[in-house]
Ligand binder design. Structure first.
Ligand SMILES: [Zn+2]
Length: 152
């Protein structure tokens, strides 16, 4: 399990929460985070504290260490940045640089959606040509050509 916030993380989070809600002073936020420290792993506490800080009506940071709706994660719809098909990975949908950073060819090699589409079309046209050749060979086999008999 991921551990509780470190003292440094708690301080930096306090500064961030103060930036989100300037009515909450840093010392008060730090104290509240300290009281809430054992309530949840660090990342969950941080998310709950952020939600508490931006909720209208939460006048003091003391609310962080109390039960309430800020402990429930809201469903989120993630919007991917609009990436052109030549720059988007056909496997993971990430832009090229992010695909390489995340997977480094270990899980999969980057192939753009445009490239995959082009290859699929190539395979498709290859298949059409191959089928066409097979078809004409079949037609030729079913046609009997009689060898002309030479008259003597
Ligand atoms: Zn990828």
């Amino acid at each position: 399990m991921i551990g509780a916030l470190s003292t440094k993380q708690q301080f930096l989070l306090s500064k961030f929460l103060n930036a989100l809600n300037e009515e909450w002073d840093i010392a008060g936020i730090e104290a509240a985070l300290g009281r809430a420290r054992e309530m949840a792993p660090g990342p969950e506490l941080a998310c709950a504290a952020i939600r508490a800080a931006v909720t209208v009506g939460n006048r003091t940071p003391a609310v962080i260490a109390l039960p309430g709706p800020h402990w429930r994660a809201a469903p989120v719809t993630v919007r991917m940045p609009n990436v052109r098909s030549g720059e988007r990975c056909t496997t993971c949908s990430h832009p090229k640089a992010m695909c390489r950073a995340l997977y480094d060819d270990a899980d999969h090699r980057f192939m753009s959606v445009a490239e995959a589409r082009r290859r699929m079309l190539d395979d498709e046209s290859q298949r059409v040509v191959t089928d066409g050749i097979r078809e004409s060979m079949r037609a030729r086999q079913s046609t009997r050509f009689e060898t002309p008999v030479e008259e003597s």
